[in-house]
Design a protein around this ligand. Sequence first.
Ligand SMILES: [Mg+2]
Length: 201
Amino acid sequence: MNIHPSLIGFDIDGVVADTMEAFIRIAGEDYGVYTISPEDITHFMVEDCLDIDPTIIDEIFTLLLDDPLKAGLKPMPYATVVLNELSHVAPLTFVTARPQREPIDKWLREVLGKSVYKKTRLVAMGEHDGKADYIKKFGLKYFVDDRAQTCIMLDQEGITPYVFSQPWNRGRHELETVKDWRGIRALCLGAEDFRLRDQQE
Ligand SMILES: [Mg+2]
């Protein structure tokens, strides 16, 4: 049985947005730190797992929060094409822990395009905990997030979480996972669409 798109919501960083790609790229381009590989990011709080100056980490995250467009933050592979499809069935709901709404709202408008953006709802909470309240307020039953702790809490609150597979959530939960946006599409709209094969990557 498929999940109706009106019942599922999405986190942004690490799910819709390839925040790790941007982080690694900016560390190299702006700070000359070329030693980070995605598999090194084994903690959600990157300062706990990377041996680089915390000031650099802080500056990169500040840029990603304040101006994701300037940071060149990219959508995850297949995210925009799947979100576009889902938006034809129901509005899209995003709940992010980001503190400021406007920069990521602009980013969504840019990457989704005007017609899909018009069908989005966005909450920027400013904290990681308490997502369940917003998710319930929107009448959602399912939520996709890359932070294991968030997913565990949603599960306890009666919301079915899907952990978006990332190096920092592996082995940290026993919940359902989705590997990528093709997996999200399969959950909501059924079998994989041929157009999503080998289009990117
Ligand atoms: Mg996230």
